[in-house]
Design a protein around this ligand. Structure first.
Ligand SMILES: [Zn+2]
Length: 496
């Protein structure tokens, strides 16, 4: 029986005792993955639907090929093959077949450069570009004429925006709704301590025009939705996806496909990142890779998982580099290739992504012709969609305070991770991370009132649903999590 290694990405390592690789024996890809899933039941739940088929937000690669383009589950494996599980992460093949992606120079993305010249200051500012034959005066004028939209001005958007402004991209649109928070500064290098509390768009505009007054910065405040996405994206040549959530990621992809624009994709989680360029005119779209978003709760959010501060810097610069290449019409774009980066191993890998001939969106017979609003399922909004079994019983911070002071206080269960517990937790609480809950039910006496909490209410809602489904009756979720408790009951507690 061939012996192969199965690579486990960071988001799933918690389900396989923290391993990055598992060696197993099996004759086919399906047998190998099933073998791993049988050993690790938590992983099985994540990878397979109830009917035993692989979920479609998980893709499996044999070496650098997507098994969907081989013989799927039945694809035979050989000794020393590498099987990779590549799940969709929130926090991002050419139609002609096995050939290389079509050359970028053929892409009519940006209108021809205008006749007007670069002035003396521009000649000086961009001199290191002008010395490159691949850029030169014509290329620099092309950049000046270009419009790039950055969706998200956070960890990925920060380095991208800075370098695109420095490079002389004429217009940079920024979509964001947030204010600068202290917890952003570990990675969002667009902002400084003096910007705390300011709207990100305002701080970003100041910083970018300070870096390069020749760049027009267009702040677009608010959330992208199915109603506004087409209008917001339409004026731009290239769209850079720097979002941290699936609903926006699918909106960006879908609008780009419908408008015929390149979507420069990046996503990050803990120590691992992905990047690609999706351009349905010349290769696959994001839905070819992941046809639909994972259901709420199965994929941890960034806030839940954390991220190494330098990681978005690297992935954001891959996005900036691809953007500049697209605008210049130079080089070989990351179309049809998914770049995987593991910061801990300092390893880059590249997987081939093929255009799905049956893609619901970008194939010749699409079934989806408009935009879809998926429910937001990071943080608080997750509680509303945590399960099909009706509303999740909740308790407000004020009610909990009163009950804790009463004669029969409820048992507090903290369903976050130990490192989050170390930052802050409620007195008297018991730590049982959500993933361990099914194995530690005996620690929860069902006779007593239980109150579950997490950071902002999403995970505890899911855990509450789980306990209700298992027959617990007196269980509630703390609305807004420990964050709401800190804001409304005990301001001495830190938030994160
Ligand atoms: Zn597609």
């Amino acid at each position: 029986m061939p012996r192969v290694s199965v690579r486990i990405p960071t988001p799933l390592r918690g389900m396989v005792d923290g391993r990055s690789e598992v060696a197993v024996e099996g004759a086919t890809v399906g047998a190998v993955v099933a073998e791993v899933a049988a050993t690790y039941p938590a992983l099985k739940k994540h990878l397979f639907s109830a009917d035993g088929t692989l979920r479609n937000f998980v893709t499996v690669y044999l070496n650098d090929e997507d098994v969907r383009s081989l013989a799927r589950d039945a694809t035979p494996v050989r000794d020393d093959d590498v099987v990779s599980i590549v799940p969709a992460i929130a926090g991002g093949a050419p139609a002609e077949g096995a050939g290389r992606p079509s050359p970028l120079t053929a892409l009519p993305m940006v209108a021809e450069p205008p006749a007007d010249r670069l002035d003396r200051e521009e000649l000086r500012r961009y001199s290191r570009h002008l010395l490159l034959p691949e850029v030169g005066v014509e290329g620099q004028k092309r950049l000046r004429r270009s419009k790039v939209l950055l969706v998200g001005a956070g960890g990925l958007g920060s380095p991208t925006a800075l370098y695109l402004a420095a490079a002389g991209v004429g217009e940079i649109g920024l979509v964001d709704f947030d204010e600068v928070d202290l917890s952003n500064l570990q990675r969002q290098v667009l902002y400084s301590t003096a910007d705390l509390g300011r709207p990100k768009l305002e701080a970003a505009r100041d910083r970018l025009t300070g870096l390069n007054p020749g760049v027009k910065v267009v702040p677009i405040s608010g959330h992208l939705s199915s109603e506004n996405a087409m209008d917001v994206l339409r004026p731009y040549d290239v769209v850079v996806d720097g979002t941290d959530n699936f609903p926006t990621r699918y909106l960006v992809n879908d609008a780009c496909v419908l408008l015929g624009k390149p979507n420069v994709y990046g996503s990050i989680y803990r120590f691992e990142g992905q990047a690609s360029v999706f351009d349905a005119r010349h290769g696959p779209c994001y839905r070819c890779l992941y046809p639909e978003p994972p259901p709420p709760g199965l994929v941890p959010s960034c806030a839940e998982g954390g991220v190494l501060g330098v990681l978005p810097g690297l992935i954001g610069l891959v996005q900036a580099t691809e953007t500049v290449k697209l605008l210049l019409g130079r080089g070989e774009p990351l179309i049809g290739r998914l770049l995987l980066y593991d910061a801990m191993a300092m390893r880059f890998r590249e997987l081939r992504v093929r255009k799905d001939p049956d893609c619901v969106l970008c194939s010749s017979h699409p079934t989806q012709t408009g935009l879809i609003d998926y429910p937001a399922f990071c943080g608080v909004a997750a509680s509303a969609s945590a399960g099909a079994g009706g509303a999740i019983p909740e308790i407000t911070p004020e009610e909990l305070r009163d009950e804790l002071a009463g004669a029969e206080p409820p048992l507090l269960v903290d369903v976050r991770e130990p490192n989050e517990w170390a930052i802050v937790h409620l007195d008297g609480a018991k730590l049982i991370p959500r993933a361990e809950l099914p194995d530690r039910l005996q620690e929860l006496t069902s006779a007593r009132e239980l109150v579950l909490y997490c950071r902002s209410g999403g995970r505890s809602a899911q855990a509450t649903r789980l306990l209700l489904d298992l027959g617990f009756t007196h269980v509630r979720s703390l609305a807004g999590g420990i964050t709401a408790w800190a804001q409304r009951i005990d301001p001495s507690l830190p938030t994160y």
